[in-house]
Ligand binder design. Structure first.
Ligand SMILES: *Cc1c(COP(=O)(O)O)cnc(C)c1O
Length: 353
């Protein structure tokens, strides 16, 4: 840290992204990316003419992308905000509605506490239940803004729209539901944003739309809330989505058939993997996401992570106290999961010797 760094930022603990190693080629199951390429329509649209237009700024309203997201979710474009990854959207969320603090679960997306520090927002965490699920009735008396991921980050556990509606109808503050993983088996609460002016849903094209490298995220909510986010964006970085990503994102939203094929395959592979792991004595959370949280009594989470890494497979060891026995495994292709399971069997047989 230099002597010039702002004192108020000196205690910030940056988010630690999953490893993106370059030393050798790993089977990469650590950052919840899609194992599949973007839609062929995306690849086709990013032609030479588009690349040649990079001398021009992008459309600050990202109209094409906003319209495609609005169309997919059957909302008006005025109800859609887009950002450079949902990480940027979430940063604006904390800055916009954090004056009286945010409340979220003790275990969720690791960026929530980081954004709180960044923007000097109080962040209160509510314990998960014994089974690692979120009990929304614990939030009924919360007076400030609320945020959680559904399915929740790290656990993949899902909350039904009925339960979320009950919470949103009971509290006065803004409720932000981060639906980064909703497409792998859950039901979105976007339709409820038409009924409740305090509900905001965020989403990303990184996971279910196979575009992690394009950095596209969005928020959907009542017009006034979306205006708040746009006020911040136009005070910070008006061209926040680049020209190529606007096109890529719009095409990915439009190609519903390819999208459904990819998310269905991931969901099927997830169930296959859960079953194969439980057959060899693992406990997995009942994830509806594109990852599972898995543990075995034979090795700690860290030991399993290291043993897999040595054999060329990267999973994520998160290290939080309540899940320290677990590793988080992204659902890759079926072939990758078969390799993973075979490798785990080898590791376990060596432990038993
Ligand atoms: C991956 C993820 C994000 C961030 O997505 P980007 O659009 O890639 O920035 C946000 N929230 C949760 C819960 C995530 O898992």
């Amino acid at each position: 840290m230099s002597k010039y760094f702002s004192g108020k930022l000196s205690s910030i603990e940056p988010y630690v992204p999953g490893e993106q190693p370059r030393d050798k080629k790993y089977i990469k199951l650590n950052t919840n990316e899609s194992p599949f390429p973007p839609s062929p329509e995306v690849v086709k649209a990013l032609d030479e003419a588009q690349v040649s237009s990079l001398n021009l700024y992008s459309d600050p309203t990202a109209k094409e992308l906003v319209d495609a997201i609005a169309e997919y979710y059957s909302v008006c474009p005025e109800n859609v905000f887009v950002g450079n990854g949902s990480d940027e959207v979430l940063a604006f969320v904390f800055y916009a509605w954090g004056e009286n603090g945010f409340t979220g679960p003790e275990l969720s997306y690791g960026f929530y506490p980081v954004f709180s520090q960044f923007f000097c927002v109080d962040y209160t965490q509510i314990d998960l239940k014994e089974d690692l699920s979120i009990e929304l009735s614990d939030y009924y008396n919360v007076k400030n803004s609320i945020i959680f991921a559904n399915p929740n980050a790290q656990t993949g556990l899902y909350i039904t729209p009925e339960k979320i509606e009950e919470l949103v109808s009971k509290v006065n503050g803004v409720v932000v539901v981060d639906e980064a993983y909703i497409d792998f088996g859950g039901e979105s609460v976007v339709p409820l944003t038409k009924k409740y002016p305090n509900l905001v849903v965020t989403g990303t094209l990184s996971k279910s739309r196979n575009l992690a490298g394009a950095r596209i995220g969005f928020a959907i909510g009542n017009k006034e809330l979306i205006n708040d986010l746009n006020t911040l964006k136009f005070s910070f970085n008006p061209y926040n989505i680049n020209r190529l990503s606007i096109i890529a994102g719009a095409k990915a939203m439009e190609d519903k058939e390819y999208f459904r094929k990819c998310v269905t395959t991931v969901a099927e592979t997830r169930e296959f993997t859960k079953k194969a792991l439980s057959d060899i004595g693992f406990t997995c959370t009942d994830s509806l996401s594109n990852f599972i949280l898995a543990k075995t009594e034979k090795l700690s989470g860290k030991e399993l992570y290291l043993a897999l890494k040595e054999r060329g497979i990267l999973v994520r060891y998160l290290g939080d106290e309540i899940i320290k026995e677990y590793v988080r495994i992204t659902i890759g292709s079926k072939e990758q999961m078969i390799t993973l399971i075979d490798t785990i069997k080898t590791i376990l047989s060596e432990v038993e010797k």
